[in-house]
Write a protein that binds this ligand. Sequence first.
Ligand SMILES: Nc1ncnc2c1ncn2[C@@H]1O[C@H](COP(=O)(O)OP(=O)(O)O)[C@@H](O)[C@H]1O
Ligand SMILES: [Mg+2]
Length: 405
Amino acid sequence: MMRCFHIFKDKSKRTGKSAPELGNNTGNSAPNSNRAAKSTGSLSSPTARSIPEMYREREGSLRVFSLMELREATNNFNRLLKIGEGGFGSVYKGSIKPADGSEAPPTIVAIKKLNTQGLQGHKQWVAEVQFLGVLDHPNLVKLLGYCSVDGERGIQRLLIYEYMHNKSLEDHIFNKSVPSIPWIKRLHIILGAAQGMTYLHEGLEVQVIYRDFKSSNVLLDKDFNPKLSDFGLAREGPTGNQTHVSTAPVGTRGYAAPEYVETGHLSVKSDIWSFGVVLYELLTGRRTLDRNLPSSEQKLLGWVKQFPADSKRFNMIMDPRLQNQYSLSAARRIAKLADSCLIKNPKDRPAMSEVVEILKQALEESQGNSPSSRSTTPGVLTKPSRRTNDASTSRPVLPTAKARG
Ligand SMILES: Nc1ncnc2c1ncn2[C@@H]1O[C@H](COP(=O)(O)OP(=O)(O)O)[C@@H](O)[C@H]1O
Ligand SMILES: [Mg+2]
């Protein structure tokens, strides 16, 4: 399990209120609500709303659960129902009875109980409720509701999600005790994840930086459709003509972009770097950091450099569990795509929508169709500076985010 790292600057006091919108108009406890406090200048459009604003307009779309109900759903948070443990809390499988008391079958859910020892648990919970209360895309996990209790014995913060039957991508690509995912399925999964991230970067009136893209946050439903989870670290991107927001680095070691770790400069291009890391995890079946390997192989990105995408030796990095059942040319294409995501200068990394195009080509190629010479030429990967359309400077103007039904 990857540990998360945090360096917190913000020590602002938590308010006593517990609802994520906090029922007032100042929204002080919302991490992103105070736009004036942002390090970056003016709004790109006077009509662009912040995530907390959109959340308030949509109030009531999430169900508020009682702690009692959740205790009942998890047999009092029984250890046997625990399905995951992350840096920020434990995840349980639960079964919720219909609210109307009818005979309808219970809803199976995943319940995350946040670790609320520190201030961070509450902040992440607020962020997650607000982002997932607003965002709506087939490749993002659905938040059904939340629970918040401030009692004498401390505070409780919980999140209730749709249950994802196949857990996370991490649980499949690194776990030798479950069947390996075949090539085409891997491509479908990573393409869906890329489409979810394109929605965050390019599909809303505000840019959303996900900040925690990693294989354990790509959840898989019963048909292996991917959905991004964990929006506790997400934040709004820069506005106006700024290229980044400044923030203390948080995230997961091994996935975070170098400029973000070194300077705290965060942009959508930091997510692109993390995406490149996961592309290599998917090709190789190896973790970004694996202390059980010989020292020269422990760091995935250092190791794969010895086997360039165009070299004869390239196939040496491929996951042995694929048993050679993959398209070598598509694999090379994906390695080149990963390399472009992992370019040191954030400006030279592709935009998420370009990543999607290349993944579609790799999928076509793997399915036996020769890749069409449509929107993206291979050269764009090796000479990204030729691109004129940099998403961080000329974000497409899109209509208002789709409201939840
Ligand atoms: N909605 C869900 N449905 C099924 N399993 C989940 C769900 N959310 C999380 N999990 C499982 O719980 C694990 C821990 O999740 P999390 O607390 O987000 O930590 P991390 O992402 O660092 O592993 C995930 O890797 C996944 O296997
Ligand atoms: Mg997670």
